[in-house]
Design a protein around this ligand. Structure first.
Ligand SMILES: Cc1ncc(COP(=O)(O)O)c(C=O)c1O
Length: 411
């Protein structure tokens, strides 16, 4: 547990977080959510707000679409700008991180000789989008930086620097134009040294796109301080808004380069106008962002982030202890709310050990789910801490995983 982490409540103890908050969400009695990280989920009040917008829009669609929508979206950008410390006019609301990544990568005019640097732990759809850019342009190539954890933040920086220097030595006239950097990667889930990475890459004249899909709501975000060239975060993961809501940051200095992936009548009328209308669609998931921010304000960002981080660290240790295994990141500073625990299989190549088998077993037999993946020749599972969980949930999870692994180890 980090020094700033607050005391965690034991089951039934007073405090704003834990099982008492379950009723604020939509979970059925017999289900515990250990995988907030993949698709997020939202409190009932946020769903209510989304439905209210939906109904309001249908009462008079023209009034809503033609008059009210744009000011409503502007208000949400204002609220988000206050939370992530930037200018509201540098923000655009989009449906998800995939859309935000495609917006930037497909807007930038890559030239022959341009290189795009990415880490091997980047999200698969992001990696594939980078490949698509390479495939669809003449002599635009990808520089992959292989990353295998455990690795300290300093070691990650070193590997990236080595890749930059190795590329310089080629002296072939090509230039690294853009780097994709995760703030918190997906699998394995690692909190990256994002500020030093941005500084390092920018000091070499490289544009940096921070994939912060998991950042808002999980860590404090200060874009004025981070100063990335581009940044995207999902609101529907850790901020608690309804699925289909994300925010893209493009500072004024780059806005002339960027257009929405779907061009509309607002083409070339300015960044704000171009991104305030994505064609006819239901905007109510974006409208739910405001209610999610209000829900969080009753606790405060510090309290939420402190509780969930402490729960991830302590809960992860509980699961690892029950399994007689370990967390992928011995350094607690590399953990935000998601922790990777090794699944101690005697035979990592056990024929039954597949993502499908683990998912089916967890869902069908135990009615829970935590994602599994192979990394560095071992099987791991990623567990998400959230405000509706307590430490005893992690005891139950550890015991379930022990049964699953023991069964495979005795076959
Ligand atoms: C690091 C990272 N980037 C991008 C994405 C894509 O997010 P979405 O599916 O909301 O577009 C995810 C999704 O989990 C992710 O973990």
């Amino acid at each position: 547990m980090t020094q700033s982490s607050p005391e965690l409540p034991t089951p039934g103890a007073p405090g704003p977080f834990g099982h008492k908050l379950r009723k604020s969400f939509l979970f059925p009695e017999n289900f515990t959510q250990f995988n907030h990280g993949s698709f997020g989920t939202f409190p009932k009040v946020v769903q209510d707000a989304m439905i209210a917008y939906h109904q309001h829009a249908e009462k008079d669609p023209d009034r809503w679409m033609r008059r009210e929508l744009k000011p409503a979206l502007t208000k949400i950008r204002e609220e988000l700008a206050e939370l992530i410390h930037c200018d509201k006019d540098d923000l655009a609301l989009v449906t998800n991180t995939t859309a935000g990544v495609n917006t930037i990568l497909r807007s930038l005019q890559f030239q022959p000789g341009d290189r795009i640097l990415q880490l091997s732990t980047g999200y698969i759809s992001v990696e594939k989008t980078v490949r698509y850019i390479s495939d669809s342009h003449d002599d635009v190539k990808v520089i992959d930086v292989p990353i295998t954890f455990p690795l300290t933040g300093q070691e990650i920086l070193h590997k990236v620097e080595q890749a930059i220097l190795a590329h310089k030595q080629l002296n072939d006239g090509s230039r690294i134009r853009l780097a994709m950097v995760d703030w918190i990667s997906s699998v394995p889930s690692i909190l990256h040294p994002v500020k030093p990475l941005v500084e390092l890459l920018q000091s070499h004249g490289i544009l940096v796109f921070v994939d912060g899909a998991h950042s808002i709501g999980q860590v404090h975000v200060d874009l004025n301080d981070l100063h990335p060239d581009f940044y995207i975060t999902n609101c529907h993961k850790w901020l608690f808004s309804v699925r289909g809501s994300a925010v893209l940051y493009v500072p004024r200095r780059h806005q002339h380069l960027i257009h929405p992936t779907s061009i509309t009548a607002d083409y070339k009328t300015g960044f704000e106008a171009e991104f305030s209308w994505a064609g006819t669609q239901d905007y109510s998931s974006l409208m739910s962002i405001s209610s999610a921010i209000a829900f969080r304000k009753q606790f405060g960002e510090d309290a939420i982030i402190g509780y969930t981080h402490a729960l991830a660290i302590q809960g992860g240790k509980i699961v690892a202890d029950i399994l007689g295994s370990n967390s992928l990141t011995p350094d607690d500073h590399q953990v935000a709310n998601m922790v990777n625990i090794r699944l101690p299989l005697n035979n990592v190549d056990h024929p039954k050990a597949t993502v499908q088998y683990f998912m089916d077993t967890l869902m069908d037999r135990y009615n829970i789910y935590t994602p599994t993946f192979k990394h560095g020749g071992q099987w791991w599972t990623r567990v998400s801490a959230q405000i509706y969980l307590e430490l005893d949930d992690f005891v139950r999870l550890g015991n379930i995983w022990k049964e699953v692994i023991d069964e495979l180890n005795t076959e």
